[in-house]
Design a protein around this ligand. Structure first.
Ligand code: ATP
Length: 866
């Protein structure tokens, strides 16, 4: 049987029951229902049961089981029941959390899933790539990701990178002819394959296979194991936890031996050791880190920054340089033609006159070397191009009419490396190449000039004149396009090598105002210790003018062109890098060098990109940022963050959120670990002082898993405040657990432990050891609940206020209610080994619990003077 590539386009179409007009929507619906979505199945996901089972692998569970057994042996059956219930509850919570995190990652993934341009019922549509079905007519252009396998029907210089499939990194030229021979995949040049990238040209393709029926699907099914990657922070927390566990085990063994030495009964000694282990292990730590990160990405998605990799959230907080595109990111990408320069003079676009032959050629060039359209008043395609159509619309020249009248023979599409676009038409019966592009590029390729007096050779003075005019426009921040044409003989083939020998027609300048929020965002970035650098394909003078308007370019700064950059050695670049705030006329390779140079200085660099060739620079940057609206699928694929509004200001918001997430995680860790330290110190103290065991394991489990989790999550929800941008970026090499941080943990833990042990002593004096234990437990629980307020911010609660985070107040109240239930509901009191307390004992508990917080708050007031 013949393969798709061996059949003619017509054969393929009829076999797939489709035409060049595409499928009907009913057909597409039916096929989608029958064949399934166009996605690669992601291997077998872990079953819920397996995730549940994995929760028991934890060291904590082993210790808890030991605790349950010891409790049972010591005759405390209720305690055993509670511990078993806690183990189960913990496993259920862990499972639910895992599934939730998976879901939220999947929803982020779907936000960044690629789109595809298809024709259905004769209409061009942009649909989610998941809905593409065999028989769909797919339109491909440079920058697209091929989302399904297909047979090329019409080829316009299509070049594709198929490295994901063949491993071959060079671009492959495609064709639309039928191939007779049996050929290996890489030689089937009339086919495109899912997962490849369009690097150049255009093509119309009929889809032959989707989802797992594509060539990549066949391979994917072989290597389908999905691995969950941990972020550096998660990994370092895991590492920390396991190290901590080891240390704890050693201390436990020590305490156990000490108790035995003191001739304490074996079971009691074991209870000491177990209490210490339960007190010390930060059960909630790892899940809190994950929850806070997940919440952070959700918030960022709402603010138009879609995070593709969780680790980007962490790196965002360290960003110290942002390299941003100009057009569309810093500016509005709303182009409007301002002036036309033709026949040696500048005029308003309304003055163009189609009855003049000179003007007519410029108008033809503007309308025909142009792939955009205006439909129902809305521009479709490249804003630079539909600005030209709006201009001709103003003088009542219909682009629909001109395009219907004249048939495009050949084309060389625009690309930002070449900065030109050319097409071939029959104009007045003569084959003519029309071209438009960057003036400096075009000028080198022009030999003649056309004026109202006719065509003549281009003189040095003409060149000077054109350059001068270009400069005048550029100094006002205008984007300038040059227009030229040449008549050719009928056998002339349009090729990249033949884009020369043109006759100059004129210049058109257009405004693209900066986005309103750009200036403030650049100022915010500066305050936050972040350098903004403009990297653009536009002219140096235009770029500098815009950069000045929005505060990127300041007195004494440098602007460098791609060509100047090429001439610099790495050492020269290193010397100039901090002074240069504008790079103009850059190539994608230039971008990589710029990122590299900043990174050599130890900076964490964020780089934006939208083009097909930007992928390597986006990958090289620490945070590659792609444009959600105008970006190519290729750039989105390479980026770690996508801006759904293409806006520079969104990057700054994301940085603030990234800093906030990191800070909140740090504070949550501080909260959890200082609380645990208090527990450890209390147990150690009683052990050393030969006092009874202060806590039963259930007490500590109650605190660690219930009353501590709530404030920790609330701390994770602390909103981003303006002051976040007042600090310098975080040093990426600096971990969370610095010396200062550990000292703080120890001090705060010691304060809480002191309160707890005072309560314990009072309990021992006024009642039994059971009363003392209850008082110690209640004091520890309550003081950790109060401590939740201390860990919200480095500033005092008077400065940040309760109302700025209601969750924190809610968590406190919920914790107090839970504790009261345990204290006052007899059944729960029994379960949690709590005895009844009298009024004055309760007053003592509250007093002692609040004292550490009062001291910590006073210290903050003194330190930060508020
Ligand atoms: P940025 O990199 O900031 O997005 P840009 O959009 O100005 O900048 P390019 O799109 O690469 O960069 O454009 C570079 C130059 O190519 C422009 O200055 C303009 O002269 C020319 N140009 C832009 N669009 C077209 C087009 N559609 N056809 C022909 N020339 C174009």
């Amino acid at each position: 049987m013949k393969d798709w590539y061996q059949k003619s386009g017509e054969e393929v179409l009829s076999e797939l029951h489709t035409t060049k007009e595409g499928l009907s929507s009913e057909q597409a619906k039916e096929l989608l229902a029958r064949l399934g979505e166009n996605v690669l199945s992601e291997g077998r996901k872990k079953s819920t049961l397996r995730v549940f089972a994995e929760q028991f692998k934890d060291l904590l569970v082993v210790i808890l089981i030991a605790a349950a057994v010891i409790s049972m042996l010591s005759g405390n059956v209720e305690s055993t029941v509670v511990i078993v219930a806690v183990i189960l509850l913990n496993a259920i919570l862990g499972t639910v959390q895992h599934e939730k995190a998976q879901k939220s990652l999947a929803s982020l993934k779907s936000l960044s899933s690629p789109t595809a341009k298809v024709i259905r019922e004769g209409q061009k549509l942009e649909i989610d790539s998941r809905n593409v079905v065999p028989g769909d007519i797919l339109l491909l252009e440079a920058g697209d990701m091929v989302v399904a396998d297909g047979r090329i029907l019409n080829n316009y210089s299509l070049q594709v990178n198929e490295s994901s499939l063949t491993g071959e990194s060079t671009n492959v030229d495609k064709e639309d002819n039928t191939l007779e021979a049996e050929l290996p995949l890489a030689d089937r040049t009339n086919m495109v394959y899912s997962g490849s990238l369009v690097t150049y040209g255009r093509a119309v393709v009929v889809v032959t296979g989707t989802g797992m029926n594509t060539e990549i699907g066949k391979i994917a099914s072989l290597m389908n194991a999905t691995k969950e990657k941990k972020t550096p922070l998660q990994a370092s927390m895991d590492q920390f936890s396991s190290r901590l566990a080891l240390i704890i085990m050693m201390i436990c063994a020590l305490v156990f031996l000490l108790s035995l030495y003191r001739r304490m009964p074996l079971l009691d000694s074991l209870m000491f050791a177990v209490a210490l282990a339960v007190a010390a292990i930060p059960e909630a730590l790892s899940s809190i880190v994950t929850i806070v990160q997940a919440m952070g990405t959700q918030r960022m998605a709402k603010e138009n920054a879609i995070i593709k990799e969780l680790k980007a959230v962490e790196s965002l907080g360290c960003v110290s340089v942002i390299c941003s595109d100009k057009t569309g990111t810093l500016t509005q990408n709303k182009m409007t033609v301002q002036d036309v320069y033709i026949d040696g003079r500048t005029m308003a676009p309304e003055e163009l006159d189609i009855s003049s032959q000179l003007h007519r050629y410029l108008i033809y060039d503007a309308v025909l070397t142009n792939d955009s359209a205006i439909v129902e008043g809305k521009g479709i395609g490249d804003p630079t191009e539909y600005a030209l159509l709006e201009m001709t619309g103003k003088i009542n020249v219909s682009h629909h009419y001109l395009r219907d009248l004249m048939h495009r023979l050949e084309e060389l599409p625009f690309d930002s490396d070449r900065k030109l676009m050319s097409t071939k038409y029959h104009l007045h019966g003569v084959p003519t190449v029309l071209t438009k592009g960057a003036v400096d590029v075009l000028l080198d390729r022009m030999t003649h000039i056309r004026t109202s007096e006719g065509i003549r050779e281009l003189t040095a003075k003409d060149r000077e004149e054109i350059l001068l005019q270009n400069q005048r426009f550029s100094e006002n921040g205008l984007r300038v396009l040059g227009f030229a044409y040449k008549e050719v003989d009928k056998n002339h083939e349009l090729s990249l090598n033949s884009e020369n020998g043109f006759t100059f027609l004129g210049l058109i300048s257009m405004v693209d105002p900066p986005r309103e929020e750009s200036k403030a965002a650049v100022a915010d970035a500066k305050r936050a210790g972040i350098r903004t650098v403009m990297i653009t394909g536009d002219h140096k003078i235009t770029a500098t003018a815009i950069a000045k308007q929005i505060g990127i370019f300041e007195e004494g700064d440098m602007a460098v062109t791609g060509a100047e950059l090429d001439a610099m050695t790495d050492e020269e670049l290193d010397q100039n890098i901090t002074k240069t705030s504008v790079y103009a006329r850059v190539s994608p390779e230039n971008k990589i060098r710029i990122v590299d140079a900043w990174q050599r200085r130890g900076n964490i660099v964020s780089m934006t990109g939208d083009g097909v060739n930007d992928a390597p620079a986006l990958k090289k940057a620490d945070i590659g940022v792609a444009m959600g609206i105008t970006g190519t699928e290729v750039s989105k694929d390479a980026a770690s963050m996508i801006l759904s509004d293409d806006n520079f200001a969104t990057i700054i918001k994301a940085v603030a959120n990234g800093r906030n997430v990191y800070r909140n995680i740090k504070h949550a860790i501080q909260f959890l670990l200082s609380g645990n330290t208090a527990g450890i110190l209390s147990v150690l103290y009683t052990s050393l002082m030969a006092l009874p065991v202060p806590f039963a394991p259930v007490h500590l489990l109650f605190i660690n898993l219930l009353t501590d989790s709530l404030p920790a999550i609330a701390i994770g929800m602390e909103p981003a405040k303006h002051d976040l941008l007042g600090e310098k970026p975080r040093d990426p090499k600096e971990g969370i657990l610095t010396k200062d941080f550990l000292i703080k943990l120890l001090l705060q833990g010691a304060l809480i432990a002191a309160g707890t042990m005072t309560a314990f002593h009072i309990g021992l004096k006024t009642g039994s050891s059971a009363t003392a234990s209850t008082m110690a437990f209640c004091t520890l629980t309550l003081s950790r609940l109060f401590h939740g307020f201390n860990c919200r911010s480095k500033y005092s609660i008077f400065k940040i206020g309760f109302s700025s985070n209601w969750y924190s107040l809610g968590a406190f109240l919920a914790g107090v209610v839970l504790l009261s239930l345990v204290m006052f509901v007899p059944f729960l009191s029994r379960l949690f080994s709590v005895t009844a307390l009298n009024g004055s004992q309760i007053a003592v508990i509250y007093g002692l619990a609040v004292i550490p917080t009062i001291i910590i708050q006073m210290a903050k007031v003194i330190k930060y003077k508020n």
